[in-house]
Design a protein around this ligand. Structure first.
Ligand code: NAD
Length: 270
């Protein structure tokens, strides 16, 4: 449908090498977007691009650390050289880092602050920096869109990952704050919103939610119990919100956080 069209738009997906990012790049390319995967894992990135190209889509991979300004500037120059424009950015790089997770045996007063900081840094500055570097190009198009990835951990207390929860909570304020500041300067030429996924089984949370034999950990079981739909999400269930936010169908939407969580955040458990 034309209203939701992202055809020929040049869209960057950071963390395009990840599980949710993989679903994003396939869906966006499938809708005719020119997709740029950004990530650190060159072999996964290149493999994904090859699959996309085999399916007749336009895509390429740029190796970059989202916390390194020099990498991002280099990536921007490569993209502009190739396509001449950037229409959209999906900030998919992020997640819980093992060193930022408090084990039940650890004392809360001696938790690994450095690990928490590292996790916050990835989730906050790993989103802010790409916007700083790619944003000016996105605004130039007159109809640009940036999509951040928040989490239910920013809204409800989820044990063990304080750095992650604080990082995603910061993303929520950043999305709102930046939406207003960009609008003050660029009008409706560039929008910024976020998607709040519930629980999806991916690389960064697999060990927390499942045992080696694939059965659920106690934590995984609690999540299912507290999700009204009684299951994890499937990565492709985020795509509707993503395409809506990247297309002109959401032209008057900025600073918003769109929940895709099977009811987790609105559930009191009673
Ligand atoms: P994932 O680990 O599969 O993907 C994350 C990707 O980001 C990986 O490819 C990783 O290599 C890349 N990355 C990490 N640090 C990077 C850096 N410094 N520079 C460049 N790339 C880097 O995890 P995922 O679950 O697919 O996560 C995608 C996003 O969704 C994250 O922001 C995560 O916090 C968020 N999220 C996930 C869930 C879930 O249930 N899986 C829920 C809510 C939010």
């Amino acid at each position: 449908m034309e209203l939701f069209s992202i055809k020929d738009k040049v869209i960057i997906v950071t963390g395009g090498t990840g599980v949710l990012g993989g679903s994003f790049v396939h869906a966006l390319a499938g809708q005719g977007a020119k997709v740029v995967l950004i990530g650190q894992n060159e072999s996964i990135g290149k493999e994904r691009v090859a699959t996309l190209k085999d399916n007749g889509h336009e895509a390429f991979f740029v190796a970059a650390n989202v916390l390194e300004e020099a990498d991002l500037i280099k990536a921007k120059n490569t993209i502009i050289e190739k396509y001449g424009r950037i229409d959209g950015l999906v900030n998919g790089a992020g997640g819980n880092l093992p060193e930022g997770i408090l084990s039940p045996k650890e004392d809360v007063f001696t938790m690994n602050i450095e690990g928490m900081k590292k996790t916050m840094e990835l989730n906050v500055w790993g989103t802010v920096l790409p916007v700083q570097i790619f944003g000016p190009e996105i605004a130039k198009t007159g109809a640009g869109s940036i999509v951040n990835i928040s989490s239910v951990n920013a809204k409800r207390t989820v044990t063990r990952g304080l750095g992650y929860s604080m990082g995603k909570a910061a993303i929520d304020m950043y999305t709102k704050w930046f939406a207003v500041e960009m609008a003050n300067r660029y009008g409706d030429a560039v929008r910024i919103n976020s998607i709040m996924p519930g629980f999806f089984l991916t690389k960064q949370n697999k060990n927390l939610l499942t045992n080696e034999d694939g059965s659920l950990t106690e934590r995984g079981g609690l999540i299912i119990k507290n999700t009204p739909f009684k299951r994890f999400g499937q990565p492709e269930e985020l795509i509707g919100a993503l395409i809506w936010l990247l297309s002109d169908a959401s032209k008057f939407v900025t600073g918003m956080d769109i929940g895709v969580d099977g009811g987790f955040t609105i559930n009191s458990g009673v």
